[in-house]
Design a protein around this ligand. Sequence first.
Ligand SMILES: C[S@@+](CC[C@H](N)C(=O)[O-])C[C@H]1O[C@@H](n2cnc3c(N)ncnc32)[C@H](O)[C@@H]1O
Length: 263
Amino acid sequence: MRSAVGSRNGRLLETASARLESAGCDTPRLDAELLLAHALGVDRAQLYVEDLPVPAAFDALLARRAAREPVAYIIGYKDFRRIRLAVDRRVLIPRPETELLVEAAMSLSEGARVADVGTGSGAVALALKDERPDLEVSGFDLSEDALAVARDNALRLGLDVRFARADLLDDGQYDAVVANLPYVPSGVELQPEIAQYEPAAALFAGDDGLDAIRRLIARTGDVPFVAVEFGFGQEATVADLLGGHTEILRDLAGHERVVVARR
Ligand SMILES: C[S@@+](CC[C@H](N)C(=O)[O-])C[C@H]1O[C@@H](n2cnc3c(N)ncnc32)[C@H](O)[C@@H]1O
């Protein structure tokens, strides 16, 4: 597939990739390809088929990435499960490991009422509705900015999810609660892509990072199914807070990521 190497686009990618590497980007070649494909309006694979004339805009995209802006904000979208979500700096970029929350909720019974707490771009709520149209899905966030992004995504994807502003969730009755709330302890130093670009309110939650999760668990004691994503080293505390029988799910890298309580 690497037929572009040696071609004009191939040489351009080599230079772009070197520039991103020296700026400290983790995946410089992949990022350069994604940005070039975006500038050309083609799929990444097409870069290796045709040597297309490169628009001047590519250099500006590269400069943004070299300033450590995440690729998803530059190209304006992120794929999550089967859907493509529009994202910008109003919302956290959905992470692949959060797909575990959707996976866990696949076992819910027909017509279950589900609340996605801290919905951000609507990723979990919309992916769930996409794969399980029978579910009655609501998404909650404190941030009106995030809710605007989630509602736009729902409209574009044609998915019927109710989004509402709430501190955690409203007083409705739910059969299941899924949540990827902030869980980074205050003061933790994060890489520039996150610290300088993603919303702080989506990241930090008190000294041990568990302020929001602790409050959510206290409010959902009577909910039959609760699935919560957590951060490194938090599994024992979160499982403890949930009490009773819990299951821990691991992400593709083998890290413990999500705890599920079924009552
Ligand atoms: C880590 S982001 C996750 C976003 C989305 N669930 C995802 O996985 O891509 C956490 C989200 O929770 C929201 N949030 C933080 N505290 C909240 C609270 N007390 N009630 C509701 N939403 C909250 C933030 O605004 C942010 O959108």
